[in-house]
Design a protein around this ligand. Structure first.
Ligand code: NAX
Ligand code: K
Length: 501
């Protein structure tokens, strides 16, 4: 069985849940959070000897730290708590947690003590959570530097201090956790941008609450459960005409490989027929390594296609621009990638035509392409990846993936998803072309755009992860190698899926 897709709430959504639940929750949410974190800590450090160091901040995140420290102290662990603010200024629940810790016999230091000779068993960051308002500086910045330098497992409560929980952007100095225990639900910033580098392994402690209907749009972390209903075996009585005709259009001089990679990915994931239209007039007429691909000069590409993917190796010559105009006008499903996106960005007159298409459109920009389409800079896109993906999906009425660490998928209806598969070895040429081929293939086989894009993005990363486990990568993994792994994995998913007739 596939594990269920976990909900993700932006900070405003978590605040709404807290607002609804905190007044009546028994035991209080902070008590539950601290206890759950203490259980995670025990699992994490098992028999590792030595004291546990806590750095507690001036808000409720600090309160979680006091509860957790009290739990571990009462369980017989040596805990050292650093807290340098005025206890009277703590919010009420945190003030109570502070008092309870002292009452249980705990002691509090006003600065981080020097490391014990045998080292800390664990360091716990309870400085700031979702209440972070600005860059951390001064004493807290010094504390974070000291904590990050400890050769011990490092655990963050709720969010690594310094990380923006919505965007995954460190606002300045940031705790670098090896484990993050997050409360109530995942937040987008833990999963995208720099978030994964700062969070380490993440565990979600729901605190036994039922998330009430939340006013803020909610996303999901992708698992195959999201597209399981599309993983349907083929009838035995079938033929290639029922599994879609894919056209890949691109491959200008020197870039034929990009289009060929996309074509092979489409074929190996099950498309019925794959045509590759190449803009380079001197392009070969056959791919001898993969003769199943039907190569054409771009003008001779059949136009009666189920899906056209425009972009891999396309270049930006006038011919490419003309292909973009005609592709947008076609009534097939359309995937726009790479230079097709750059050409679209440069011609705002086409934007309305994309949004008005009746057949599904999928956009696959990386941050620089997204920035061109939105008329802003890449750092602005990276500064709020979720908003950028949602804006593109809405503006072009197209399912959109904003690629990069924690790829974000947004739909025109405002649904969004974050992908957790993949690794840094995928930062290499041709990976995007393969993704384009995978999504085109699923569209060709009748998948709706939303599950097709979710599945292709998840599969793309999961195939890379599988190869890395087998020793192929992370470093040195090539895009071509990914295609066979994606095929293997996808067939495994098909075999695993529960089929409701
Ligand atoms: N309210 C509750 O009962 C619960 C709260 N929870 C915890 O509480 C956290 C949120 O608590 P808060 O809203 O109090 O927020 P935080 O504890 O994250 O931080 C808020 C405090 O830090 C200050 N601050 C923010 N940025 C700063 C900076 N850069 N430098 C110096 N000071 C800064 C604020 O002025 C405020 O005093 C969650 O992340 C979670 O850990 C959980 O225990 C669940 C229950
Ligand atoms: K924290």
């Amino acid at each position: 069985m596939f594990s269920p897709a976990q909900p993700i709430y932006p900070v405003a959504g978590i605040r709404e849940i807290e607002h609804q639940l905190i007044p009546s929750a028994k035991p209080p949410l902070m008590e539950r959070a601290g206890r759950a974190a203490a259980e995670d800590a025990v699992r994490l450090i098992m028999d590792r000897p030595g004291p546990i160091l806590f750095a507690c901040g001036p808000g409720n995140n600090g309160g979680d730290g006091f509860v957790m420290a009290r739990q571990l102290h009462q369980a017989g662990r040596e805990v050292i708590v650093a807290f340098a603010d005025d206890p009277a200024a703590l919010p009420s629940d945190a003030g109570k947690a502070h008092a309870d810790f002292l009452h249980a016999g705990g002691t509090i230091a006003s600065d981080l003590p020097s490391a014990p000779s045998q080292g800390w068993a664990l360091v716990v960051d309870a400085l700031f959570g979702i209440g972070l308002k600005r860059k951390i500086d001064g004493r807290f910045a010094d504390w974070i530097a000291t904590l990050n330098a400890q050769p011990a497992p490092r655990m963050a409560l709720d969010v690594p201090s310094g990380l923006d929980a919505d965007t995954g952007r460190p606002l300045g100095p940031c705790f670098r956790a090896t484990h993050t225990t997050t409360f109530i639900a995942l937040k987008p910033g833990l999963l995208t941008n720099d978030g994964p580098d700062y969070c380490g392994e993440i565990s979600v402690q729901r605190l036994d609450i039922d998330c009430p209907a939340c006013l803020v749009p909610m996303g999901h972390a992708i698992t195959p459960a999201l597209f399981e209903t599309c993983l349907v075996p083929r009838p035995r009585n079938t033929h290639k005409g029922r599994h879609g005709d894919v056209g890949i259009l691109g491959g200008d001089a020197g870039m034929a490989g990009a289009a060929l990679l996309a074509g092979r990915a489409a074929l190996w994931l099950g498309a019925g027929r794959v045509y590759v239209g190449l803009l380079d007039p001197k392009a070969p007429a056959v791919d001898h390594a993969y003769p199943e691909l039907m190569l054409r000069n771009a003008p001779a590409l059949p136009r009666q296609l189920t899906v056209l993917a425009l972009g891999p190796g396309l270049g930006q010559r006038a011919e490419a621009q003309a292909e973009l105009v005609s592709a947008i006008a076609g009534d097939h499903a359309l995937v726009l990638d790479a230079d097709a996106l750059n050409l679209l960005a440069a011609d705002p007159a086409l934007h309305g035509a994309v949004a008005a298409r009746r057949s599904p459109t999928v956009l696959t920009p990386h941050p620089a392409e997204a920035a061109r389409l939105l008329g802003c800079s890449s750092p602005e896109v990276q500064g709020d990846r979720l908003s950028a993906a949602l804006a593109l999906a809405s503006r072009f009425r197209a399912c959109t993936v904003l690629k990069g660490c924690g790829s974000l998928i947004a739909t025109p209806d405002g649904h969004w998803y974050i992908n957790g598969t993949g690794h840094p070895g995928m930062a290499s040429a041709g990976m995007g072309d393969v993704l384009t081929g995978l999504v085109a293939s699923l569209l060709a086989q009748g998948w709706a755009a939303e599950p097709a894009l979710i599945a292709a993005v998840h599969l793309h990363g999961a195939a890379a992860d599988m190869l890395a486990r087998e020793g192929v990568g992370p470093i040195g993994l090539t895009a071509g190698e990914l295609i066979g792994a994606a095929r293997r994995l996808f067939n495994g998913w098909l075999a695993q899926a529960r089929h409701t007739p």
